[in-house]
Design a protein around this ligand. Sequence first.
Ligand code: FEO
Ligand code: CA
Ligand code: CA
Ligand code: CA
Length: 699
Amino acid sequence: VPAAPSAITSLAFAAVAKSRDDKVTVPVGYTAAPIYALGDPIVAGVAAYKNDGTDVDMDKRAGDHHDGMEYFGLAATGNAPDANNSERGLLAMNHEATSNADVRSFYLHANGGTVNPRPASEALKEIDIHGLSVVEVKKTNGQWAYVQAGALNRRVTPFTELQLSGPVRGNALVKTKYSVDGTKIRGTINNCGTGRTPWGTFLTGEENWAGYFTRSRAGHTTDNTIRGNDKSVASLNRYGVNQTASSRHGWETVPATGDAATDDRAARFFIGKTGASTDGTDDYRNELNGFGYIVEMDVFDKAVAVKKRTGLGRFAHESAAFGKVVASKPLAVYMGDDSRGEYIYKFVSTKTWNAADANPTNRITTGDAYLDTGKLYVAKFAADGTGTWIELNIANAAISGYATYAFADQADVLVNARLAADAVGATKMDRPEWCAVHPTTGEIYYTLTNNSNRSITVGAAQEVDAANPRAYDDLKNGANQGGNVNGHIIRMAETGGEAAALTFKWDVYLFGAQATPETVAEKPQLSTINISALTDDNDFSSPDGLWFSQNTGLCWIQTDDGAYTDATNCMMLVGVPGVVGDGAKTTLTYKDKTGVTTLRTVDTFVGKQPTATTLKRFLVGPVECELTGCTETPDGKTLFANIQHPGEGLSPADIGDPSKYKSHWPGNAGYQATAGNATSRPRSATIAITKNDGGRIGS
Ligand code: FEO
Ligand code: CA
Ligand code: CA
Ligand code: CA
């Protein structure tokens, strides 16, 4: 276990300025170097990535769109864990998606790719660059690099066999042609946030899985009878599953090749009813009930099954953050559902913490013990700065008697957690992205990235409330209704600090804002009022990645922004937060365009405003990227972060004209410069950040 943290309480580095340059900028005195990019081979003997669309063997290379990531220390030699090693370890990370337009992942194909029907060769390549990777990284003479032949290097793709674990395992809802007993499934997809367990395994959340599947396919008559009743349609609708058009990548359109295995792999992305069975064991009508989970992987053992922890509920998962671990107390896992108006959840284990499990002999069976049995709760925020956790249990009359959807059993409640949370009246949030837990206070932070559906209209489905108090702004379009454009970071303190508490207090740590908004004098716009008093040194929009250093206690914030990108690329900020309740109750006043007439007011709770030494911009990324994924060596002296989708906005027709690429990073930063420097195709990549004087990051 890493040494106890020594908190950094004042930020001494000079803040990084907003920038639209196609590079990674860090403070003076720091270095950020790309070390692991899309396509890098992670198996001995696999060729270097040419990055011209002709590469093959994508399941033996780094995937695309690097996202959440965790560092696991390795012993100096061999394959055993050493949680204290800051010079050799494993990076386990998500490869969420690909840069895509009109079904084609254009940077992966020489000609930018082919529209529907998709050629099998393109589809299989795109599928393989999704999933997870584990790669050994090592520091030699002060420089980090990944190790191509690392013994524990691996890929998990959408075709890798995974186990379903927990209450949904074996349920009728997950029986498919591939698993007639409902115990296994192929793959994990659209993995977004991550987490790590107290017993040393990796957790990853399946986020926008719904878009990869469809119930519409040429030649198929849409049949509303999915499982022999209409309630499955209610479920598909609630999870936003496509029922009238191609899936995101059109993988289901791959023409039959005659090879049964290849054909079945493409067929599973079509989830209409094609078989004659009543239980779904002869087609993939139930396939989607096997996606949308937190997945656990033992990064130190490739032979151990990767497991979907169904007890933690099915939704568009981001990260999974454990509450403070206390001996003989249950464990809490906090999770968000990133979609407009979705919910904040926590899982509480039945088993209480046994300190001997910090270093168990069998990590995945330890996971079985803590993650397969417990209770799932959803958060309801009250207007007085308190809140309650409501258990999602079939025994709750609001759930068992829910008119919209007839739950069959507790597994059905977990599979359709969104519907169960609707039934109990949980609070609809402004897109809960990552959550993270402060290492000393145990308070729980959630980024609420933005929400175009938030409205000041009384009675609106996502009407402003105390915990989601901003709407009604859109400076660029001069409109009166733009939802919550810049997002905020909410935080919660469990009553008594207990994982199993049923009540909490909350406030808003930070409200995103532009320090100097484009002034439209005649249109006072509330959400651009700078509630957290941000300055040019720390203003931001659309917080997404969120992570606390266990070493320094610093709060790292990463942005995935569309509202402020006319002024700056996405960024990382670092903060020294206080505690829930250190600020004040605040009334937000909405006025009409005249600035005279008050339309309505909303009370909220705003944390103590940051200062020049408690919140600073630390990094700005390349053009069209998102910053996501953040992890550290246990000494706090190396921070790894992911640059996701630089140059994502390209028309596939322009693939032959590098002058049209908005980004050439990291080729233009000298990474594998033979790939073509300033003309190369951009690649998602991991960067290693170090301080030139060898100090801790943020000091
Ligand atoms: Fe994959 Fe919600 O970010
Ligand atoms: Ca995210
Ligand atoms: Ca996002
Ligand atoms: Ca993303």
